[in-house]
Design a protein around this ligand. Structure first.
Ligand SMILES: Nc1nc2c(ncn2[C@@H]2O[C@H](COP(=O)(O)OP(=O)(O)OP(=O)(O)O)[C@@H](O)[C@H]2O)c(=O)[nH]1
Ligand SMILES: [Mg+2]
Length: 301
């Protein structure tokens, strides 16, 4: 069949899985942009984020989701699970992302959800094969999982090294219905720059703060003045307890300074111009359990 008569495909593809399996790393690798923040800590992602890939054969709109987890210690965590579950309810393809080196009870819970979506094609996607030692164990696991759930395809890849990614993309396009692209080919996400900027600040906070502190932080952009030469951005870091404020600021402001510098460099890469970034810290007591605060901070219900 010639190119012109080949029907294009279009559809939505949710990436779901427990925290830390590499969903955000995967969407970035697929889209070819740093769209979703990535850290080595679980529960990094807090929003569903769409990023699309446009090719001659059509357009696949990937949806990154928060990691589904059983420890719902705060109202925020419950919202994150709801966001992830809502993201899979109306898609054409569900990609269940799994860490090829480790299966956990949280993976089991994600698997149990899949049967509720009989209308979607399902792909079992083993990530992190660059870290895999024992192929035999993985093949056994694959057999057991395929027996348990009717997957349409199984793929093995590394989002980090990109090995095997083409096969995943082929399987995704093969599973999409016919249709024409809906989103502009010269864009890659429907999230505004302000959102991506706030996330880049939160990424640095997640990386540079320890124990429970990064989980109790949120970032909002309070000011964004854009001119052709530079952007002046003011971001507010919200902490849920007064004692966290000093830790975020650090001795003589050292932590905040490091966070600001690293985040600024990444924001400059994103918007391709010099950035002046101001960071402020404010306590909003118990925001993680306050439904109104969660609304105001932009967390979906
Ligand atoms: N070795 C290796 N590490 C990977 C790979 N993919 C992701 N990682 C690492 O796994 C960690 C978690 O990656 P994320 O992409 O943030 O995982 P996530 O599933 O989005 O996590 P949540 O947002 O918390 O649900 C990071 O340290 C990544 O660098 C891979 O293919 N190989
Ligand atoms: Mg993530």
């Amino acid at each position: 069949m010639s190119q012109s008569t080949t029907k294009q495909r279009f559809g939505y593809v949710a990436l779901i899985g427990r925290p830390n399996v590499g969903k955000s790393t995967l969407i970035n690798a697929l889209v070819g942009e740093d769209l979703a923040i990535v850290t080595h800590k679980p529960q990094t992602t807090r929003h569903s984020i769409r990023g699309w890939v446009t090719e001659d054969r059509g357009q696949a709109v990937f949806v990154d989701t928060p990691g589904l987890h059983s420890k719902q210690s705060h109202a925020l965590n419950q919202r994150l699970n709801r966001v992830a579950t809502a993201s899979i309810s109306d898609v054409d393809v569900i990609v269940m992302v799994v860490d090829a080196t480790r299966w956990t009870p949280d993976d089991e819970r994600v698997l149990a959800k899949l049967s509720r979506y009989p209308g979607a094609k399902k792909i079992l996607a083993f990530n992190k094969i660059d870290q895999l030692n024992d192929r035999a164990v993985l093949l056994e696991k694959t057999k057991a999982l395929v027996a348990e759930c009717a997957f349409d395809a199984v793929v093995y890849f590394s989002a980090k090294t990109r090995r095997g990614l083409d096969t995943l993309v082929d399987e995704v396009f093969a599973s999409l219905p016919e249709g024409l692209p809906v989103y502009p080919a010269d864009q890659f996400t429907d999230r505004p720059v302000r959102f991506l900027v706030a996330e880049l600040v939160r990424e640095q906070l997640m990386l540079q703060l320890h124990q429970e502190i990064p989980y109790g932080l949120a970032v909002i952009i309070e000011g964004y003045e854009d001119s052709p030469k530079r952007a002046v951005i003011s971001a507010l870091i919200v902490v849920g307890e007064d004692r966290h404020k000093g830790m975020v600021i650090g001795q003589k402001g050292s932590v905040l300074k490091r966070v600001g510098t690293q985040a600024r460099l990444k924001i400059e890469q994103l918007i391709d111009k010099p950035v002046h970034l101001e960071l402020h810290v404010k306590t909003r007591m118990g925001w993680m359990d306050d439904e109104r605060e969660l609304d105001q901070l932009g967390y979906a219900q």
